[in-house]
Write a new protein. Structure first.
Lengths: 509, 487
């Protein structure tokens, strides 16, 4: 496969599909969009299959001198590979989710989604700092349109909030990037990842990048755009937002903040921990009292992302691996939960939890899928959520028992709000006649739910498939962070082994 | 010292003036019926002049060989870069204007001639290396512009715009002239090189006042805050093709002139004017952004947007480096393309009677009734806001990169954070066009020339524009190098 520009091709196909959608009628646009995303999924599978685990750190690299001041430089490591896989996996499902529910301006809608896909893949594949920024920032436009045109009642407010919040976060990062490029004399991300910036400057750079990634992540207290954006976005918009867009923040931390500014990361880790602890507890409590299903899941996203950030800043392998798995798992699970909400929203056109009840009786298949995803969100062993959260918490436990204690509480709260939601929607009496009359999943919905369910179980039962591609990269990152790793508070004292005689004596008794 | 060489250097100016004089006679005898023919011939003259200046830019002409008339005039790569933009903008104005004026039966033979003479004046401005050449060029441009602003004689708003522009413009010229007299008085010379030589060491109070007055006068011409007040009124009142012209060509000319004056004549005293420029830049960004938010007329909005953009361009000037100058030129080029696209799109907004639609509220739901027009206008808005992947991002990119390289990190951070305020009203236009219910006011259609220019300029500001970055960047670099070689 070497030399074949597969990444450029993956960027090009949705782009061409998007332009084609813009000029075609509704049904054609749907077919084009589905075809383009499926081709990209196929290419993604090829990408994963031909990815050489344990081989070079950066594979499928491409370079072209197209622009002044930056390069068309693409390439992926294991981390990027998995996030690209997540994107291309969720995209056809999103198109499927919008198949019937979007009836107005279908061509534009599909075009916006395909453009989104191009940009997301571009973010994960870019190896040039400014190319990354362009992809990172350009996502604002299609997302703004998706929320604003096809969103719910408060869509205008939500779209403004989304746009301006994220823009303000990222422009400061741009200034920091200028400084870095000026200092290091290169725009290449792999080179910058190994460049040692002076520690004083690192703090400022770290804060500038933090301003951007914290908003995208989103971390408390800049998370408030997320519930608004989610509630108002169409189902597929929510899936992409939760599934992939939020991962850009985590990807940013793991690709930029940690390797490029290890000292500052260690120094300012307390900021991350403090914000994450607040986020876990606060947003979980907020989620408990929500009446709107999508808002509830949106707040749970903030809480899960907080687990990601503590895992990332644990400065050890478990933490990093755990954070990555939580990101992938959350991408699948929250995407699936939004889809589940979308399924019943399409039937009853409300997201009020109280308008439902007893769905287990008339929608048993739906109840089963929803249960699986609820359990995965809670982190039940056997699902993807458990693997990630366990690893992330095990990682942070080596650094701080307090942070671990608080975050674990958040997981208990997570179980509370998810199970409470499940009980209210699925169990109980069928108090609403219209909800009781809703039909069960049809074939299209099966096709959307089943692949995600399979992936969730796969990741939960055999996480090695997902850990293997990124293991080398996590080890490399861990080695890079070793110079700055803060001391843990565990203070483990290994006692001298008891003399064997004593044991023998006890046994003798 | 060689007259023939000098005459060859000013060939573009000769072309324009001879063409202008001949066409003036045609206009005198042919009357308004000949206006279309004169427009076409003016565009031809501008094209010819553009071909004459292009070689200097491509070869990166600089140094003594480009000077004419004992240091009065310089035809270097820098001037050529600005002139190409000016001639281009003037040409586009001439192409789109007839359709606009014909509808109100106001197309007169003088219009293309005034634009031609304004372009000639602007060409002199960007080539000036002496205070006198500077002033002649500036006034030739300004006097034509005052008449152009009031061109719709029967329209009250147009007359008001012309009068306002004239009164305030004359005041600014007076301030500039006063500054020039002070500078001349304290340095004893009018040539930029001479002024630079004399202002080398400690600068006296008198000369400092001269510098400040001159920069204030120039700030008026580029519509930088706090000398921006005239802009919204003039932009709103002037006929739309004229507004388009004002927003592009004179902006380029005045900005290039400011660069030349600041870097060349006052280059040795950069510390004295750098703070002024920083202040004007930040103020322009903020006032441009805040002022635009409440606007209901799209031309007024574009006026505030131009103030906002001038602020960003001035950040490049504040760096006092060749990289900054090159960034300003790139910014100007992209800004001209974006503004042309924006105003051509505005010209295409017509109701069923063909009357221009200017109220922002009437754009409601434009994306449903006129999807391609809305798409172009949205591209303009996102480009002006500097959101990648549109090309407007590249303009801000190079300017802020130059600022960071010049160690003006605080300025860059504040400036770019303030740009987020500006983003608000740009995305508001997109919101009105895409999210709101259709008002269905825009019904008229334009001719093919409008559509072609809109398509071309929109393609230029689309992501495809990035493929031009190496080319534009290279040209701007050689132009900036020429400016600094002379300095």
């Amino acid at each position: 496969m070497s030399g074949f520009p597969i990444l450029s091709l993956m960027l090009l196909i949705p782009l061409v599909g998007g332009v084609a959608c813009l000029v075609s009628n509704a049904q054609t646009a749907r077919v084009i969009a589905l075809a383009a995303t499926l081709i990209d999924l196929a290419l993604g599978v090829v990408l994963w299959a031909s990815y050489d685990i344990g081989g070079a750190q950066w594979q499928f690299t491409e370079r072209a001198d197209l622009f002044a001041g930056m390069q068309w430089a693409l390439g992926i490591d294991g981390i990027a590979l998995l996030l690209i896989m997540l994107s291309v996996f969720l995209m056809p499902i999103c198109i499927g989710a919008s198949w019937k529910s979007i009836e107005t301006r279908v061509g534009e809608y599909m075009a916006a989604f395909l453009l989104m896909e191009t940009l997301m893949i571009g973010v994960f594949a870019a190896q040039d700092l400014f190319l990354f920024y362009i992809f990172f920032e350009a996502g604002l436009i299609p997302m703004y349109l998706i929320i604003g045109i096809w969103g719910g009642a408060e869509r205008i407010y939500a779209s403004y909030k989304f746009f301006l919040y994220t823009l303000l976060g990222s422009v400061l990062m741009l200034i920091a990037m200028f400084w870095m490029v000026n200092e290091a004399g290169t725009t290449s991300i792999p080179v910058l990842m190994a460049y040692d910036f002076p520690p004083q400057a690192q703090t400022w750079l770290w804060l500038a990048f933090f301003a951007s990634f914290a908003v995208k992540m989103p971390m408390w207290p800049v998370h408030t755009w997320l519930p608004d954006a989610h509630v108002q976005a169409p189902t597929a918009g929510s899936v992409i937002l939760a599934g992939v867009l939020l991962k850009m923040g985590g990807y940013g931390f793991i690709r930029f903040s940690l390797p490029m500014f290890p000292e500052a990361s260690a120094q300012l880790a307390w900021v991350i921990f403090a914000l994450s602890m607040i986020a876990v507890i606060y947003t979980s409590l907020v989620a408990l009292v929500q009446h709107d299903m999508k808002k509830l899941i949106a707040y749970s996203s903030v809480a899960h992302m907080a687990i990601v950030t503590v895992g990332l800043f644990a400065f050890n392998r478990q933490g990093l691996e755990g954070a990555m798995i939580v990101m992938l798992s959350h991408g699948l699970v929250s995407g699936a939960l939004f889809l589940s909400v979308g399924v019943i929203y399409d039937r009853l056109h409300t997201r009020e939890i109280d308008r439902y009840g007893g769905l287990a009786i008339n929608m048993p298949q739906y109840a089963l899928f929803f249960m699986l995803f609820t359990m995965a969100s809670v982190g039940l062993p056997g699902t993807s959520g458990f693997v990630g959260e366990f690893l992330a918490l095990a990682g942070i436990y080596q650094l701080s028992s307090w942070v671990t204690a608080v975050c674990t509480t958040g997981i208990i709260l997570g179980a509370a709000y998810m199970l409470y939601l499940y009980r209210r929607v699925i169990f109980g009496v069928q108090k609403n006649a219209d909800a009781a009359a809703m039909p069960d999943l049809d074939a299209r919905e099966w096709l959307m739910m089943a692949p995600i369910a399979a992936a969730v179980l796969w990741m939960g039962v055999y996480p090695e498939s997902f850990l293997a591609p990124m293991r080398q990269d996590i080890i490399a990152l861990d080695a890079r962070l070793a110079q700055a790793r803060p001391a843990g508070d565990a203070k483990i004292k290994v006692a001298a082994a008891k003399p064997a005689v004593a044991t023998a004596n006890e046994e003798a008794h | 010292m060689d007259l023939q060489h000098w005459l060859w250097l000013i060939a573009p100016e000769e072309t324009l003036s001879v063409a202008g004089l001949i066409l003036l006679l045609v206009a005198a005898w042919g009357g308004d019926r000949a206006s279309r023919l004169i427009s076409i011939l003016c565009v031809a003259a501008l094209t010819a002049a553009a071909f004459l200046v292009a070689p200097a830019l491509c070869s990166g002409a600089a140094g003594a060989g480009t000077e004419a008339f004992y240091g009065q005039y310089r035809a270097d790569a820098f001037a050529s870069f600005a002139k190409l933009l000016i001639y281009g903008a003037a040409g586009v104005t001439l192409i789109v204007a007839p359709a606009f004026f014909d509808r109100v039966k106001a197309m007169r033979a003088e219009f293309p001639l005034l634009v031609l003479f304004a372009a000639l004046g602007m060409g002199l401005m960007v080539s000036a290396t002496d205070l006198l050449t500077l002033y002649i060029g500036l006034e030739l441009n300004s006097l034509s512009a005052y008449v152009l602003a009031a061109f719709l004689r029967s329209d009250e708003r147009s007359a008001e715009a012309g009068l306002k522009y004239f009164v305030l413009g004359a005041l600014a010229s007076g301030i500039l002239l006063f500054g020039m007299s002070l500078v001349y008085g304290f340095t004893g010379t009018t040539s930029f090189a001479g002024i630079r030589g004399v202002l080398g060491g400690e600068m006296g109070m008198g000369a400092l006042f001269g510098v400040i007055f001159m920069l204030s006068g120039l700030a008026f011409k580029i519509a930088a805050a706090p000398f921006h007040m005239w802009t919204p009124d003039v932009y709103e009142g002037a006929p739309t093709p004229v507004t388009m012209f004002f927003a592009t060509a004179p902006k380029v000319a005045a900005m290039a002139l400011t660069m030349r004056v600041a870097m060349e004549a006052f280059g040795a005293q950069a510390a004295a004017w750098q703070q002024i420029v920083i202040f004007a830049a930040l103020l322009s960004i903020v006032i441009g952004a805040l002022g635009a938010i409440g606007q209901a007329n799209i031309k007024r909005l574009m006026a505030y947007s131009s103030i906002n953009n001038v602020g960003f361009i001035l950040i490049g000037l504040a760096t006092v480096t060749a990289a900054g100058a090159s960034a300003m030129l790139v910014y100007l080029a992209i800004y001209v393309a974006t503004t042309l696209a924006g105003f051509v799109a505005i010209l295409l907004l017509r109701d069923e009677n063909g009357a221009p639609v200017e109220a922002i509220a009437d754009l409601s739901g434009l994306s449903r009734t006129r999807p391609w027009l809305a798409l172009a206008l949205a591209a303009v808005m996102f480009s002006l806001a500097g959101i990648p992947p549109l090309f407007g991002f590249w303009a801000k990119f190079v300017v802020f990169q130059a600022a960071v390289e010049a160690d003006l990190i605080a300025l860059a951070a504040i400036g770019i954070a303030a740009s987020v305020i500006g983003a608000f009203y740009y995305i508001k236009i997109v919101k009105i066009m895409y999210f709101d219910d259709a008002a269905d006011v825009v019904k008229g259609t334009g001719d093919w020339a409008h559509t072609a220019i809109l398509a071309l300029t929109t393609l230029a500001i689309s992501p495809l524009g990035y493929l031009l970055t190496r080319w534009i960047g290279g040209l701007a670099d050689s132009a900036a190098a020429a400016l600094f070689l002379a300095a």
